[in-house]
Design a protein around this ligand. Sequence first.
Ligand SMILES: Nc1nc2c(ncn2[C@@H]2O[C@H](COP(=O)(O)OP(=O)(O)O)[C@@H](O)[C@H]2O)c(=O)[nH]1
Ligand SMILES: [Mg+2]
Length: 389
Amino acid sequence: MLLEAPRVAERIGALTIYDTQRVLKLESSRKFQDTPMIKSVPHDIFEEYYPRLAIIVPIKNESLKLFEGVLSAIPQDITVIVVSNSFMNGFNRYRMERDILKAIHNFSQQPMIIIHQRDPGLKEAFKSVRYEHILEGDSVRSGKGEGMIIGLLIAKALGLEYVGFIDSDNYIPSAVNEYIKDYIAGFYMSDSSYTMVRLLWKYKPKIVESSLYFRRWGRVSEITNRYMNLLIGNLTGFETDVIKTGNAGEHAMSMKLAEIMAYASGFAIEPYELVYLFEEFGKFMEETRFKEAMSEGIRVYQIETLNPHLHEEKGKAHIVEMIAASLGTIYHSRVADQSLRVRIVKEMDEFGVKSEPPRPKIIPPIVGVNASKFLDVLQENTKTLEMFE
Ligand SMILES: Nc1nc2c(ncn2[C@@H]2O[C@H](COP(=O)(O)OP(=O)(O)O)[C@@H](O)[C@H]2O)c(=O)[nH]1
Ligand SMILES: [Mg+2]
């Protein structure tokens, strides 16, 4: 793969956030020598990373065809972890998802794991390691963020070094395949063991008057990025436009970074990751919970994919929910100032929401959690977990 070399970066405390790097070629020649402008990721590098990587796929009642396409696009040496919150009563969608995954495993022998988010065994497992932040009553809460954390703990228990997230509602399997390579390109470029890679799309096609129109930005992203950049301005005193991936559902982390991240519930999870990084690592502080990360530094790469992003459209209510959840992470940040909060309330008003955006529910880092114990207890109590090795 060839991509633009990381050049421009915003440095905020221990954080280095690189500006967009475009993918220029999906496969490159072994003979190519890097130039100051162009970085090459040779083919064998991808193969080196695959066995160390978990791809976590959260799913809730998506088209089974799309789900199957996504699973088919994940290279065979990668461990796939599907966390589903789909219906089990009536038409048992979960059962269908499991059958699709099993069929792919049967012919490929790819390591694949599936679990239902509301599995009662998860309650026992989380309680046994004293990590009860995502429980509600007898099970794990609903929400995309909650599903991702289950996947993360399973990946940690399996000793995987990198985790990437891929949504299950993607129409283009080859785009999914590229995302994974983009993640690896980020890990390969990084000189720190605390690395995050976030993707942005070259285009997000929409049907406009019955033909395809290749839009550059989605509505939610445009708004989230604008306020995220203003938040950085609040922190540093310098305005910026470095953030282009505020809502990146497609993103990946080294496990070392994933473990020390706090997360937010539901759809706030992706924007909150950035807010958390600003709050925790954006200023050099004497007192830090994470000395090693602070001294090594954290790298955030933003890679622009070659493929367009085509996923399921979920309607206006979903967009308003996403905007509210995203702006909530910024509005309630301790580094946001009053004038930023006022602007956010005005923005919400434009969408017919008269109140301040919701305060995100914060889920603390998993770094101290005994993940193997979590998995052992889960295996003893589960009703849905299946691990195909
Ligand atoms: N496990 C799990 N996955 C979810 C949940 N809600 C949404 N998802 C999945 O998260 C991904 C992103 O959700 P989507 O509605 O497409 O949001 P968007 O693409 O960010 O607008 C999709 O694969 C969904 O099926 C949930 O409560 N639990
Ligand atoms: Mg989607």
